[in-house]
Structures are given as C-alpha cells and as structure tokens.
Design a protein around this ligand. Structure first.
Ligand SMILES: [Zn+2]
Length: 371
C-alpha cells in the first residue's frame, strides 16, 4: 500500500511527497499506509520510539529528529483498590507526551525541507514543537492563550522560538495561528496527521511492555485527543498485524468545566454541541471545539468505552494524592488520574487497566506549594 494522505470528508487523496496539512476542501487529512512490525528487530534496538522504525512513516533515517525519546516506564499503582499501570509520559525531553508526535512531525518537516513553521497550543504541544524545531534548526512561531502557564512560555522562549501570547480563548489562539499559516507552514499537532503517527507509539510501547499483549482498558485525559486517537490507531495496526488480539476499551476523561465530548457522548450524537467553557485547572484539555471530536467519539464508542467528567475539586484532590506519592505532575495529568479513580469506583473493567501521566509538574507548579 503506497503512503498517501486521505481527506476525512471528501476522500480526495494526496501523495505524501508534498507538504500539506489539510485537504483543498478544508477538512482534516489522515495518513494511510501499512506499517510493519518485526518483533525480533524491535527488541534488539535502543529503548526509544524509533525502535518501531518500520512502522514510522519517515523515508530517510537522516531526516529523523530525535533526543532518543520514548519507551517511558509503566508503573503500577493501586487506585480505588484496583491495580492501574500508569505510563510516565511526563518523562519526555520537553516534559510531556507531545514529544511522541513532535518527533514524527518535525522529522517529516525536515524531510519536506520546511524551514519555518507556526503552531498554536495551550502550551505543551507548543513547547514540544519548539524543542524539536530547535534540534532540527527550523524556525518556529508558537501561539498560546494569554493564560498559558509562565513555565511553558519560558520553555518555548528558551528553545529560541518566537512566542505570541493571544488575548482570548484557546479558540482565538487557533484563529491567530491559522491567519499566520496563510504564508508559513502550519505544524499543527491537531491538523497534521504526522503528529498522530507519533502518538501511535504509545500503543506499541504499552503492548510490548505487557509482553506483546493489549491492555483491557486505556483511560486518558482528552482535549484534542491526540494521545487517545493515536493510541487507537496503533492498537488497530497491532491487531491487523496479529500481534495483539483485542482493542482496549477506551475511557476518555474530560474536565467538567470543559466537556464538549462528554455532552456529545451522553446525547448519543456525533456532532459536538457548542458549550460554555468554564475555567479549569486542566489547561491542557480545555478545548471547547475539538477538531477531531467526531473521530474521538467514534473510537470510544467502537471499543465499548465511555466518557468521564471530573470536577475541579477532584482534579485538585488527585494532584495532591499523586504528588504525595512522588508523582510530580501537572493538573491536566491529575485529571486523568482523577478520572481513572472515579471510573474504577463504579466499574470493574477488563484488565490490565492502563493510564498515562502526560505532563510534568514543573510545567505548571501548583500555587499552594509556593515556598
Ligand atoms: Zn477534502
């Protein structure tokens, strides 16, 4: 199967040779290709996402932009009296799981010969793209909402990127980046399918760490859903390759203050109803209108999964609980842990249950611990 980019709406397809982040009709593109998995080769390679080399759609090794990232630990914790395996994705070079996607996307940018990009983010994707662009020598401009934590802004600046703080919401920030994308390539972690190609490695690593078995359940915090969607694609590919024999049930966690997908799921629709977004500690998932919302809903429904909304108090409590256990994570990650707990209090899903801690505490230090 030749690699190609296919429109999720009009089905028009494009060769991957040419840089492109959306269809001519304006819709999202997905990448189609057949990955290969040679387990003996994989197990013989260094512990990074690049051990799955034949499954990663970069043509030339020389274009790979990497810090040796990935293969993060899978740690056992007891939550609501049940065992949960947490993937410590806050241990990536930029301090968040976004490096899975940025490593792939920026490698592809290099392969395409792109020298300048723009990107918008609530903070972590921006710092991740800035980190990898710095490594690749690509100039980048990052747009973030004014409310983005100071630590994430400093990180973006330290990587030599230009930072634009936008007055307004996460959605206003996207509009500002789209305007800038008129004359500069848009390295969007939401639009560009190569970003999702990187987050697939979450599924590969988890299955390998479980002895090439799939977890029964995967619970993750969802804003734009780049982790959950990428993992879902990855699990499907391992299933097609007959390496695993089931797709885990997907449990998607949102902050009650900004839960468009929870509302759509409860209503049984695939359209995302407009919501009135409230302030949330979980800035990384404060997305009122997720671009890939339909795909996220479909993935969760197809696996027999569900959505969970967590309150600000539950996020706060979980942040303290995880911190006192030595897991210094940002509030968005605490939302995931809070969702897992809430879910396990009422359900006994198929195991093993896997979840993920996606962002480091240094990204958004909790105010109550200011010395
Ligand atoms: Zn199209």
């Amino acid at each position: 199967v030749a690699k190609r980019l296919v429109c999720s709406s009009c089905r028009k397809s494009y060769a991957v040779r040419e840089p492109r982040w959306r269809c001519q009709c304006g819709s999202l593109l997905d990448l189609e290709f057949l990955p290969r998995f040679d387990l003996l080769k994989i197990e013989d390679r260094p512990p990074s996402i690049w051990r799955y080399r034949e499954a990663l759609p970069i043509e030339e090794d020389g274009n790979i932009v990497s810090f040796g990232e990935g293969f993060t630990p899978l740690q056992r914790l007891t939550v609501a009296g049940k065992e949960v395996l947490f993937k410590l994705d806050y241990l990536f070079p930029s301090g968040s799981f976004k490096d899975r996607g940025a490593a792939l996307l920026v490698s592809k940018l290099k392969e395409w010969g792109i020298r300048q990009v723009v990107e918008d983010s609530s903070g972590n994707a921006g710092s991740s793209i800035a980190t990898y662009c710095a490594r690749a020598g690509i100039e980048c401009r990052i747009f973030v909402p004014r409310s983005t934590s100071a630590a994430k802004c400093s990180q973006i600046l330290a990587c030599g990127a230009q930072l634009h703080r936008v007055d307004g919401s996460r959605e206003d920030t996207e509009q500002a980046a789209l305007a800038a994308a008129e004359d500069t390539f848009y390295a969007s972690h939401v639009w560009n399918p190569f970003f999702l190609q990187g987050t697939r490695t979450f599924a590969f690593e988890v299955c390998e760490q479980l002895g090439w078995r799939a977890p029964g359940t995967l619970a993750a915090a969802v804003g734009n859903g780049s982790l959950l969607l990428g993992a879902y694609i990855g699990f499907q590919e391992l299933m097609q390759a007959r390496i695993i024999d089931r797709i885990p049930r997907l449990v998607a966690v949102q902050a009650q203050a900004c839960a468009p997908l929870v509302h759509a799921f409860d209503k049984g629709t695939s359209d995302i109803p407009p919501i009135q977004k409230q302030e949330t500690l979980a800035e990384g998932i404060a997305v009122a209108a997720p671009r890939r919302g339909r795909q996220i809903l479909e993935a969760v429904r197809r696996t027999g999964g569900c959505f969970i909304a967590v309150t600000e108090a539950e996020i706060q409590e979980s942040l303290m609980e995880m911190g006192s256990g030595g897991f210094y994570i940002e509030p968005t990650s605490a939302a995931a842990a809070a969702g897992v707990k809430k879910f396990l209090l009422h359900h006994t899903p198929p195991g093993p249950v896997v979840s993920t801690l996606t962002g480091h505490g240094l990204k958004a230090p909790p105010r109550q611990f200011a010395p």
